[in-house]
Write a protein that binds this ligand. Structure first.
Ligand code: GDP
Length: 298
């Protein structure tokens, strides 16, 4: 990911090397190059504008420090601005003070929610938590089975509606799961909810009903980074329709340009908390804006 953006920015900075002082024309030319690089990486236009504006202003205004030459100074500014648009500080999970921490996942079908649920469970297990996975996606016939298979892969139990146990809707499943978690001392409950291929009112309502019923400590919006600008639009629609606390980007391994990753926190005002970058259960970690920015400028 970010390969093209990385190369482009490196070329831009190369042109500044050896310059003793940056002229207004140098700053303008650099800003133009950065703008093109970000647009090519499919970063949302308002984010590009804000980014370039901030870099320009700081490049003009900042005192050239003795330790850095002008090129290094620009790289430093771009680095800091990248961290800012990527969401700033690393956002960590908030755990409940008492009782099980409830994490609800929302997003479109195919975003990678079910896979993510198991990855998150494994990640928590490695931190000595005792998660319970909950199959509240009753829309897709295969979803419950898929979560059970993934749960087995990571050694985490799955709470699912049993035929004949009278639990017929996702809200009841989620509620019953939390009772079960309390009984059997699970300290984190991960609720996988249904997705649709497109955004629709029923999907939003169902997610809202589950949210209202279980009052999650964290609602995570899961989105496929490969869909580029659509990821940003979908993120906004879910923010308006359901609301969430943080974003999880999936399939970063397949996203060559990185536009969604670079735009989503800035557009929605919600931090990216986790990134998923492969099909293996361990291809998953906290999203660190500072490390991501360094990678882009490497
Ligand atoms: P859901 O409909 O949101 O529950 O999505 P799934 O978890 O079923 O994922 C949809 C497809 O994306 C599956 O084939 C997953 O194996 C795949 N997938 C999920 N996460 C990743 C990822 O980070 N990278 C890649 N390459 N594939 C992923």
């Amino acid at each position: 990911m970010f390969a093209t953006l990385s190369d482009r920015l490196a070329d831009t900075f190369k042109n500044l090397r050896g310059k003793g002082k940056l002229s207004e024309a140098d700053i303008d030319a650099t800003a133009r190059e950065i703008r093109i690089a970000l647009l090519e990486a499919d970063v949302a236009l308002p984010v590009v504008k804000e980014f370039v504006g901030a870099v320009k202003e700081r490049a003009r205004g900042e005192e050239v420090s003795g330790a850095l030459n002008p090129a290094q100074q620009i790289v430093k500014i771009v680095n800091e601005e990248l961290v800012t648009i990527l969401g700033g500080e690393t956002r960590r999970l908030r755990f409940a003070k008492t009782g099980p921490t409830v994490i609800m996942l929302a997003g479109l079908q195919g975003a990678g929610k079910t896979t993510l649920a198991a990855k998150l469970a494994l990640w928590l297990k490695e931190q000595k938590k005792t998660p319970l996975l909950v199959a509240a996606d009753l829309q897709r016939p295969n979803a419950v089975t898929q979560l059970k298979v993934n749960g087995e892969r990571v050694g985490v139990p799955v709470f699912a509606p049993q035929p004949g146990n009278g639990i017929g809707n996702p809200v009841e499943v989620a509620r019953a799961a939390i009772e079960e978690a309390k009984r059997s001392l699970h300290d984190v409950v991960i609720v996988d909810t249904a997705g649709r291929l497109g955004i629709d009112a029923d999907l939003m309502q169902q997610a809202k009903d589950i949210r209202d019923a279980v009052n999650p400590d964290e609602v995570l919006f899961v989105v496929d980074a490969m869909i580029g600008q659509d990821a940003v639009n979908t993120a906004q629609a879910f923010l308006d329709g359901v609301g969430y606390d943080a974003v999880v980007l999936t399939k970063l391994d397949g996203d060559a340009r990185g536009g969604a990753a670079l735009s989503i926190a800035s557009v929605t005002g919600k931090p990216v908390m986790f990134a998923s970058n492969g099909e293996k259960m361990t291809d998953f970690d906290l999203f660190h804006p500072d490390r991501m920015a360094s990678r882009i400028l490497d």
